[in-house]
Design a binder for this molecule. Sequence first.
Ligand code: PLP
Length: 403
Amino acid sequence: MSAPGDADRPALEGGLPVRDTLLPFFRVELGSEEEEAAVRALRSGWISTGPECERFEADLAGFLGLPPAQAVSVASCTAGLHLALRAAGVGPGDEVITSPMTFPASANAILHAGAVPVFADVVPAWLTLDPAAVRAAVGPRTRAILPVHFAGWPCEMDALGGIAAEHDLAIVEDAAHAIGATWRGRPAGTLGDAAAFSFYATKNLTTCEGGLVATAHPEWARRMRVERLHGIDLDASQRDGHDYRHWESVSLGWKYNLNDLQAAIGRVQLARLPEQVRLRREADSRYRAALAASELVEPISGPAGAETAAHLFPVRLRTERLRVGRDHVLRALLAENVGVGVHFRALPLHRFFRDAGHRPEAVPAAVEASHRLLSLPLHPGIKELEQQQVVEALLRILRWYAA
Ligand SMILES: *Cc1c(COP(=O)(O)O)cnc(C)c1O
């Protein structure tokens, strides 16, 4: 798409855009505390995986209500998903059921483990895995379910847990959007056998790049610690110092470790997380209230029992009531200086997955949503006035194009 211009602004017919500068879709929220923590780590002498990573793991385990050994920091959520699937025993010949409404990383991790992703359709209102579709997708090769908590809303974990128990499947949560979310009062990330969080730049908690995998099984954690660092049985901090021990290569491994600068930033971010999630939820509620009366747009929400981490604010456009499609509305919003995103276009619509034989027709609810979704700017620092401008621009555009 080319840059939007006046031709994309029919809704205002020559008037001024609602804003004179672009409201970014996302803003980084790092302050002096994160800077100081990073500098302290830099000056400490430990710049790779060391004591800060260990403290970050303990802090995050505490946040989740797990023993410290069961939180394993890693280089990314994708790395965490890969290690968790391996710990679950997933390998060549296996199938893993996952959501088509996700970032490619969720399915790529399944492929990295040597297994085949099987996309089950989503619940239209929530865009998380439909338990009935998951049940129908279970076959003799199914080894695990990889549910994706969407936009901050946890999946229907009781139903998915029931299917997993019935068929002896592992559950590995993709909790990239969901740090701070709860399901029936329990934190997302503790609802299956293992869960991976993302600390990528745009996520609710960031370490610039990074991730963490939490698990209910101490033996999975032990295996993941070895595999995250070359498959050797000692990490760097244990290789240093007076009591020399030979380390040994004990399995195939990867270079998936987090470093102490990232962990130091992550500890500050974690301390700020509850307040940041509170601000996100407030912004989320303000959007919902402002859009409630419109019959042209429908915010995505989650099932009863789910409390959102308010990572994203996706809405479904009622394009059957509009004269134009989603991409037209998207460009019109950009022309009003409102940053937007699309989360997501279902994976079977992408070339790589289509070429691998995944059929969009198999996931009609995900495909329908793919052509109607738009994500509005949502971050802890967004101002009420900015949200009013977003809503004003969106509603004006939709009214203009109403059929
Ligand atoms: C961001 C994201 C990931 C990947 O996270 P990384 O830390 O970049 O590997 C995985 N799944 C979902 C749903 C995401 O949004």
